[in-house]
Design a binder for this molecule. Structure first.
Ligand code: BES
Ligand code: ZN
Length: 456
């Protein structure tokens, strides 16, 4: 092990350069104009895996390619087989003007690398690749066989990977999946995430007149779709933060007093949290703490709202249409399909007869809860403790990683969620960053994890 630790320690400056190369690709999965960059990024990942000493291939899909890389193994290897999952695609960088340095020109300052995708998820999956590199380049025997699956559609719902898992079930069969795509509360608080929220998405368009109209000539005699949509949306939540859609909470499992007590043990500083988010007051469902509200309670959020003239100056029109993008975050045992149906039904019910409503259903994923008492979780906690030098905590995270449900359903494998993003790393926001000290500790954690899981 000393050789692995030493290798990691000595090569940090090069690893940081590798991360910068990785972040350079604008692999924005949601924007077709970046399809070439996304493919180039996949090729880079595969090439990097080969340079490290793995066998790697880029698998074409109907959308963005999937990279599969394997550590060398014996034909009838008896070692445990673990999959390491990550994604090379990133969220759109907009709004550009809020970035202090360009999103795809990675830049290091104050021990952090800034750039879109640094923490979500390039830095996190590269940490695992670097741990594998340390084993392979020092000739240290890996206690586990590893298969890396690094996809390009996580930020848009992982559809291709879902098909890929089903088609390659035998090859990908494993004892567990290791995923670093979540967070830790602070540098001195490494974390194993024991739950993720699910998600249900829909897009609603309210159509008014067949074209934009002069608001003076016609205004007052036809409904304004933007106003109609706003009035309708305003009725989806009450002033106490409860979602008013009938049936929304029917399946929600309340936490036990013991679970709630465990959550309250995590440090939380309301004034600092408020300041960090830049809000005058916190707001959330009455009767729950902020950590509960964002980790174990369901939500309904507007992610985007568009209508009418958005350019400079004014334009006196009644817009022809208004559109909203909505996602709900789900907790056990809510079902994404049922929730989308319930929200759509309520929207139709609230819509006035003076407009047409069109509803499109988007992606969905169930919430994920994993056993934190079992042997693999215990091994992960030991690896975290050794790498960070602090006692790890268990976290309920509010974000979603839809594919982990399929790892369970298709491969029968649980996911160990050992995240490396800090709360202020600006995931999905301008000035996303990744802490380079956490990067190094993440590599060590990965190196130790294979020992702990391999029983060595
Ligand atoms: N890495 C995040 C998920 C995450 C972040 C989980 C922080 C826990 C803590 C992931 O890349 C992500 O953003 N997922 C999307 C999924 C969606 C597009 C289906 C999400 O949560 O919005
Ligand atoms: Zn993300």
């Amino acid at each position: 092990m000393n050789a692995v630790e030493k290798y990691l320690k000595q090569n940090q400056p090069r690893f940081v350069r590798d991360l910068a190369d990785y972040v350079h690709f604008p692999s924005v999965s949601a924007q077709p104009k970046h399809n070439k960059d996304t493919a180039a990024c996949a090729a880079w990942v595969a090439q990097h895996c080969r340079a490290i000493g793995m066998e790697a291939r880029v698998c074409k899909t109907d959308f963005h390619p999937i990279v599969v890389a394997k550590t060398p193994r014996k034909k009838n290897s008896k070692k445990p087989h673990y999959m390491v999952y990550g994604h090379y695609d990133v969220q759109p960088p907009e709004p550009f003007e809020l970035w202090k340095t360009p999103p795809f020109a990675p830049h290091v300052a104050g021990g952090k690398m800034f750039g879109r995708g640094t923490s979500d998820n390039k830095g996190q999956n590269l940490a695992h690749l670097k741990a594998a590199e340390a084993y392979l380049k020092t000739g240290t025997e890996l206690p586990c066989d590893l298969t890396f699956v690094i996809e390009g559609e996580e930020e848009v719902g992982s559809e291709s990977l879902a098909d890929f898992l089903k088609a390659n079930r035998a090859e990908l069969k494993c004892d567990g999946v290791v995923v670093s795509d979540t967070g830790l509360p602070a540098k001195h608080l490494p974390a194993l995430t024991s739950s993720l929220r699910g998600i249900a998405a829909l897009e609603v368009t309210v159509h008014g007149p067949s074209r934009d109209l002069h608001s003076g000539i016609f205004g007052g005699s036809v409904n304004n779709p933007a106003l109609a949509l706003c009035q309708l949306l305003a009725q989806l939540r009450d002033k106490h933060g409860r979602i008013t859609v009938p049936g929304f909470y029917d399946e929600v499992r309340e936490l036990s007093p013991r679970e709630r007590k465990a959550m309250r043990r995590l440090p939380f500083n309301a004034p600092a949290y408020k300041k960090f988010l830049g809000v005058p007051e916190l707001f959330g469902e009455r009767g729950y703490t902020p950590d509960e509200q964002r980790g174990v309670r369901p939500t309904l959020e507007i992610n985007g709202l568009t209508s009418g003239y958005q350019g400079e100056g004014s334009k006196t029109i009644i817009p022809a249409w208004a559109r909203v993008k909505i996602t709900c975050r789900l907790v056990p045992a809510q079902d994404p399909a049922k929730i989308v149906a319930a929200v759509a039904r309520q929207i139709r019910k609230l819509a006035p007869p003076s407009v047409h409503v069109k509803i499109e259903h988007g992606h969905g994923a169930e919430p994920y809860w994993v056993e934190s008492e079992g042997a693999p979780a215990q091994a992960a906690l030991r690896a975290l403790r050794r790498a960070f030098g602090h006692e790890p905590v268990l976290l309920h995270e509010g974000g979603s990683i839809p594919i982990v449900n399929l790892f369970k359903r298709v491969l029968g494998a649980d996911s160990l969620l050992v995240g490396l993003a800090l709360p202020d790393d600006n995931l999905h926001s301008p000035n996303e960053k990744f802490d380079l000290e956490v990067f190094a500790k993440g590599q060590l954690m990965s190196a130790y994890l294979w020992q702990e899981l391999g029983g060595k």
